[in-house]
Design a protein around this ligand. Sequence first.
Ligand code: NAD
Length: 491
Amino acid sequence: MKLKNFIGGKWIEAETHQRVPIINPANGEVLGEVPLSTNHEVDLAVSAAKKAQKQWALVPAPKRAEYLYEIGFKLKEKKEYLAQILTKEMGKVIEEARGEVQEGIDMAFYMAGEGRRLFGETTPSELADKFAMSVRSPIGVVGLITPWNFPIAIATWKSFPALVAGNTFVWKPSVETPLMAYELGKIFEEVGLPEGVANIVFGAGTEVGTALIEHPEVKVISFTGSNATGSKVAELGGRHLKKVSLEMGGKNAVIVMDDADLNLATEAIIWSAFGTAGQRCTACSRVIVHKDVKGKLEERLVEAISHLTIGDGLDPTVKVGPVINQSALEKIDHYVQIGKQEGAKLLAGGNILSTPPFENGYYFEPTVFTDVKNEMTIAQEEIFGPVVSIIEVNSLEEAIEVNNSVKFGLSSSIFSQDVNKIFKAQRDLDTGIVYINAGTTGAEIHLPFGGTKGTGNGHRDSGQAALDVYTEWKSVYVDYSGKLQRAQIDN
Ligand code: NAD
C-alpha cells in the first residue's frame, strides 16, 4: 500500500517520489510505503486547516462533540482490525495493541463529553452592576507531532481535545507507524468531519515537522517524542513564539520497600519493564529496592523472566515483542555494553536475538542488571528497551532521593504496606505520575498525563489539563450599570 496524505478531506499523492518502506519489526515484512512529503504538502494542509477553522469554531461544541462520538463508535467497531495492524507495524503484543485502541475509544467518548462542559468560570465583579466570566476560546490551527510507540493513542490524546475545543489540525505521525494514522484518517473521513478540519501529512521530522513549527498559521505545536527532538522543537517553536507542549522521555522507577508484597511487585515490574518491549515512555527502567529484600526480589524476577515468551506479538502466547527497528536494537545493545563496562552485574538477558526464529526481526532479550550504582549511565539515561537496573537502598528517604536524582520526571511507583511510607512517597516523589502498589505504567485517559523536569515543559496530555493546550482563556466583563466604572478606583 502506498500511502497518501489526507488534506482538505481528500487523499492526495505527495509531490515527491521519495518514499520509505513500512516494516513489520517482528519479521521484516514490508507492509507498504510512506511518502516523505515536503513544505509544499505542509502549506496545502495548513491552508486547508486555516480555511476550515473559522467555520468549525462556530459549530456549537456539543455538535462538534457528535463527530467525536461517531469516531469513538467507529474505533470500537474496528477495534480488533486496528489492533492487528498496530501489532504488525509497531510490534507490541496483540493484547497491548487492543488496550491502545481502547485508549483511543475512551479518549473519544471522554472528549466528546467535553462538548457539553468546556467549563469556564463566572465570578463576582468588584463593581456593582457588572458581570465577569472567563471562557475557553479555540486557538486556530494546531500542529501535532507524534512518536511511533503509541501510534494511535497519542494521536487521540492530542487531536480529540483540539477538535472539541474548536481548532483544526495538521498531524505529522512518525514514519515508522503511518498505517495507524492512515486508518484514523479513514475514520475521520467516514464520520464526515468537514473538509480541512483534520489533516495528515506524512514525512520526516526534519522536513515536515520543521515546516509545521515554522508555519506562521500554526499557532500551537503539541509534540511527543524524545528529549533530543523535543529540545529542537522547543528552540524553533520559541523563535517563532509558538505555544509548544512537549511530552518527552522517562527513567521511571519502581521502589520496593522491605514490607512490600514481593510477588505483586515482581509481577508489576515484569509488566512495566518488558511490556511493549520496554518501549513505553513510562516503562520501568529502574528498580530501587530495600537491601533486606533485594535477594528475594532478584530471585523472583529471574524466575519470572524465564517464563516470558518472546516473538511476534500476533501470537497471543507471546509476552515480549520486537523493538521497533535496527537502530533501536543497536542503541539498546550499546547501553547494555556500557552497563557491563561500568561494572553492573548482568542477572538476566543482555543479548540481541538473531538466530531462528528471530533472524528477520528486531529482538532483544529481557535484561536485568543488578548492583547498579546510581551514577552509572544505565541508571540515568533513557534506554527505551527491555532493560532494567536494580539499585539497592537502605531507607525510604534514600529510595526517594535516588528516584528523584534523574533528569526525567514522568512516572514512579512504590510497593509498601505502610500507609505512612506511602503518603510520604506520594508527596515527595517528583514525577508527574505516581503509582502505589502498581507498576509505572497504566495511565487512564481522564487524568493528566505528563512529567516534570526533563520530561516536559509544564503541559499535560489527557484529562481536563489537555484542554489548556488547545484553548486560550478569554476574560469577559459585562458592565450593565450604564456608566463608566473604573476597576480598582471606583469601588
Ligand atoms: P522522536 O523524537 O525520534 O520522534 C518523535 C516525532 O518527532 C516523530 O514524528 C519524528 O518524525 C518527529 N521529529 C523528528 N525530528 C524532528 C524535528 N527536527 N522537528 C520536528 N519533529 C521532528 O521520538 P520517537 O523515537 O518517535 O519516540 C520515542 C520517544 O518518545 C521516547 O523518548 C519516549 O520516552 C517518548 N515518548 C514520550 C511520551 C510522553 O508522553 N512523555 C509518550 C510516548 C513516547
